[in-house]
Design a protein around this ligand. Structure first.
Ligand SMILES: Nc1ncnc2c1ncn2[C@@H]1O[C@H](COP(=O)(O)OP(=O)(O)OP(=O)(O)O)[C@@H](O)[C@H]1O
Length: 831
């Protein structure tokens, strides 16, 4: 303006501005210059520092101040514009005009600078601090900034709404924030106490207090693991004061709805604990007698006929089996070995009646079969297959942290920050699995800042362990709410989020791996994890590889039953084949026996004729009920045997048997574990729902101790197939991809399976785990399964010869046979 007024050409223009705007012409000119400089800076840094609303507010504020000066001092310096503005006030009492204009100034200031009550309190405390003389502690002078323990450590209980003291703490929350000592917070450096470069506490306090509550948006640079300046901009967080004011309030006062809020979690947990004193339940003598009937107290009814059902024949033979089931009586009738067939009246549906019926049917013949079964001193002539039977995986590409992955990690971080969610994705939190990549999002928050003595910059406070101390933390639920936004920016077909990943301090975001590859069963079985597992249990199964590419194995003996569900084509049959192959690769028929039910008729047919089968693969739904009844009868027979011997389970029985063997006592026979595999439960449940449900539950409840295990698969995860009873009794579950979250909840009691990718991508929920684990299932081709089955079928002849069977009769037996004739080969290995 001075130049304008002085220059001859522009003099008139300058005069006009001065006449029209008065003194405010200087202020406006200064404002325009500042505006231009700031805009230039913004374009250079590609950041926004000033808001349009703020510019507008400042102009209005300037005009109001001009008006007020006109009202106070008259038309001397205020200019023509002020005269125009003051016209409405002519004739009013001067006091009214002043009050009105000053009031307007206050209102516009509040809106322009977005001033909140928190700011007012902060200014109040700041002034109070300056007025009050705060001596610095000598000890604190020596203390390095940031190495003291976090003042937020152990703070939570102060805010618990259940303690009386906490109410006061909540009311005086701002006092705590300002470092007020009256609440007895841990003695850690508060802002006013932190040492400054100059060593003057008051000056340092003034500087620190000025910085965190800026009048415009500002950026706080803090060192959170990035070493170079190039990483600097990625680590920049734009902070809006009002955003934080809101968050603070919300996180402390309005989080009742949040299921992840630790107070709500705590409430949930304590609600599960039964309260009060309960009277002991009186013993029900009838129940007790029923439960113990058939055990030690009672003589066993071994004189009854052998037969249980007219479809399935219980067969004893001088081979190595205590019990053999054959679902094809005609084929079985033509085989050597004594078979007794007797029709029984209709078996009622109730499991209790089934039990009674079956108990009566276990006869002296069975006892004979046990006595004649494989004597332990005979060394097994079975050979286990070599791993060459299975296909080797393609040369595995080393999955490394690529530029693509780094770019995705940055994209996630930037997206979260654009939504004002402070979080970071570290390189070490990225897991690259065979089919998916998991990014770990660590919720961070607003760090507590101090002035660094050396550089004079604001740096975050660190606690004794070097961790950044946060003033406010990001809530996990805020990250979870951005699931769809993340899926959008990552252009992923489907993403799945897990919060938090069990045992890790981050939220997992799983996206499909573009370089996905098959996980072959052979690489799983070759792994040291499986080798270690199979030493412990003959029922170890290779499941696949997890999101970090680590091999995952399971133990069917511990599960003790497994439910597999998923949409059609999701990979259930391949999983069942992998389970069977895992067993066939490590266990001989002396260790494990199989019973298979395959209503689809094509999935398990290839295993017909292998010596592990107790019965040919059952494809007719009507025969399944008979098969399950026989399994229950076998279970009860084993229970009685255990009861007589005083052992609790199959493991105890095996220990006792090996003890007796060392003493030369060969009276105890080998009892193999039995795995019952049902490929489609829905078909059975449609045919005889109550009967099947009752028998599956009975087996599931009691069969574990006797070494009988169930593997049940279904593609219909509805409540009429996977009933509450079945779910309650089969605790270990695998869910492949399903079509809806409801289906997912039916299987694993929580959503997530609807976001799987199919083709072997599964969620595995072990019995003892609260959350499922994502695994890429091991793949076994039909050719491999065929080769494995053929390997075992070929051994039947050698084994029969080794047991002293007639070579001519053995040669005449077909080696591989379809369902109808497989009983011959199964029977053969017993002779
Ligand atoms: N672990 C796996 N790895 C790679 N691909 C797999 C895997 N499991 C299954 N697939 C692919 O998915 C296809 C379908 O698998 P599968 O036959 O096991 O499905 P399903 O769930 O049994 O279907 P349905 O219920 O209709 O029988 C397979 O042919 C195979 O190509």
């Amino acid at each position: 303006m001075t130049i304008l007024s002085a220059a001859p050409i522009w003099g008139n223009i300058g005069k006009f501005f001065l006449v029209f705007l008065g003194w405010s012409a200087y202020v406006l000119a200064f404002g325009f210059v500042m505006f231009a400089v700031t805009r230039l800076y913004e374009s250079l840094r590609n950041e926004q520092l000033i808001r349009n609303s703020m510019v507008f507010g400042l102009i209005v504020l300037c005009l109001l101040v001009l008006l007020e000066s006109r009202l106070i001092m008259g038309p001397l310096t205020a200019g023509a514009l002020a005269d125009i503005l003051a016209m409405p006030f002519q004739g009013w009492p001067p006091a009214v005009g002043h009050v009105l204009v000053i009031g307007l100034i206050l209102v516009v200031t509040i809106f322009t600078f977005r001033i909140t009550f928190a700011h007012v309190l902060m200014v109040y405390h700041f002034i109070e601090r300056i007025i009050g003389d705060v001596p610095r502690d000598a000890e604190e002078d020596e203390e390095e900034p940031g190495v003291a323990p976090s003042r937020f450590l152990g703070q939570r209980p102060q805010f618990s709404r259940y303690s009386a003291a906490s109410r006061a703490a909540l009311d005086d929350f701002e006092d705590i924030d300002a470092g007020d000592e009256q609440l007895e917070l841990p003695s850690t450096p508060s802002r006013r106490q932190l040492p400054s470069r100059s060593g003057k506490p008051a000056a340092a306090a003034a500087r620190v207090a000025r910085q965190p509550e800026p009048l415009v948006d500002e950026e706080i640079y803090y060192d959170d693991g990035f070493n170079s300046y190039d990483d600097y901009s990625d680590k920049t967080i734009a902070i809006e004061p009002e955003e934080y004011a809101y968050d603070e309030e919300e996180s402390y006062y309005f989080d009742d709805e949040d299921p992840l809020n630790d107070i709500n979690l705590h409430k949930q947990q304590i609600s599960m604990v039964p309260r009060g004193v309960h009277d002991p339940q009186p013993l029900d003598i009838t129940d007790h007698t029923g439960a113990t009937r058939g055990a030690r107290q009672q003589p066993l009814s071994f004189d009854d006929p052998t037969v249980i059902d007219d479809d399935i024949v219980l067969k004893s033979s001088p081979g190595n089996e205590p019990l053999l089931l054959d679902s094809n009586p005609r084929a079985a009738a033509s085989k050597p070995g004594r078979q007794i067939r007797q029709a029984t009246p209709d078996v009622p549906n109730s499991p209790v009646q089934v039990q009674r019926q079956a108990t009566a049917a276990v006869s002296k013949k069975v006892a004979d079969a046990v006595a004649n079964a494989n004597t332990p001193h005979i060394k097994s002539s079975w050979q286990l297959p070599k791993l060459d039977v299975l296909q080797a995986p393609d040369s595995i590409k080393q999955q490394i942290f690529s530029e693509d992955t780094a770019a995705l990690a940055k994209l996630i971080q930037d997206t979260l920050r654009s939504f004002r969610v402070e979080a970071e994705v570290r390189e070490e939190d990225i897991s690259i699995g065979p089919t998916i990549i998991r990014f770990g999002i660590r919720p961070t928050g607003r760090p507590q800042m101090v002035v660094d003595e050396k550089s004079g910059k604001m740096v975050p406070v660190r606690d004794a362990s070097g961790q950044i101390v946060y003033e406010t933390r990001t809530r996990v639920s805020r990250i979870m709410a951005l699931q769809n936004d993340l899926a959008l920016v990552m252009e992923a077909k489907t993403i799945r989020m897990e919060a938090p990943v069990p045992g890790r301090p981050y939220v997992g975001v799983e996206i499909p791996n573009k370089n996905s590859r098959l996980v072959m069963l052979r690489e799983v079985l070759e792994s040291k994890e499986f080798q270690a597992a199979k030493v412990k249990s003959k029922l170890s199964i290779g499941l696949g590889k997890d999101v970090a590419g680590l091999v995952r194995v399971g133990d069917l003996a511990k599960m003790p039953h497994l439910l597999i569900a998923g949409a059609t084509g999701a990979g259930k049959s391949v999983m069942i084949n992998a389970i069977i192959a895992s067993i066939l690769m490590q266990s001989t028929p002396d260790d494990v026996r199989l019973l298979m039910v395959d209503p689809k008729m094509v999935e398990l047919n290839m295993y017909n004729g292998i010596p592990h089968l107790l019965s040919p693969v059952v494809v007719e739904v009507e025969k399944v009920v008979s098969l399950l009844k026989n399994a229950i009868a076998e279970m009860e027979r084993r229970y009685r045997l255990f009861s007589q011997l005083g052992v609790r389970n199959l493991e105890g029985y095996r220990k006792l048997r090996s003890q007796k063997l060392t003493q030369g006592d060969t009276t105890l026979n080998n009892l193999p574990a039995i795995v019952i595999i049902i490929d489609e439960l829905a078909d059975l449940m449609m045919a005889a729902p109550e009967e099947v449900e009752g028998m599956i539950c009975r087996l599931a409840q009691l069969a574990r101790a006797t070494g009988i295990h169930l593997v049940v698969a279904t593609q219909r995860p509805s409540v009429d197939v996977i009933t509450g009873l079945i779910k309650a009794n089969i605790p270990t579950r695998i869910s492949f991809m399903v079509s809806s979250a409801v289906d997912s909840r039916t299987i694993i009691d929580m959503g997530g399976a609807e976001r799987l990718l199919g083709r072997g991508d599964m969620l595995y929920l072990p019995a003892d785990a609260g959350r499922p684990e994502r695994i890429q299932g091991a793949f076994l081709s039909d050719d491999e399964a065929q080769r494995l089955a053929e390997f075992w079928r070929q051994q039947i002849v050698q084994h029969a010869l080794a047991l002293g069977a007639d070579p001519r009769a053995v040669q005449e037996q077909p080696r591989s046979s379809p369902a109808g004739s497989c009983a011959s080969s199964t029977a053969m290995n017993l002779n």
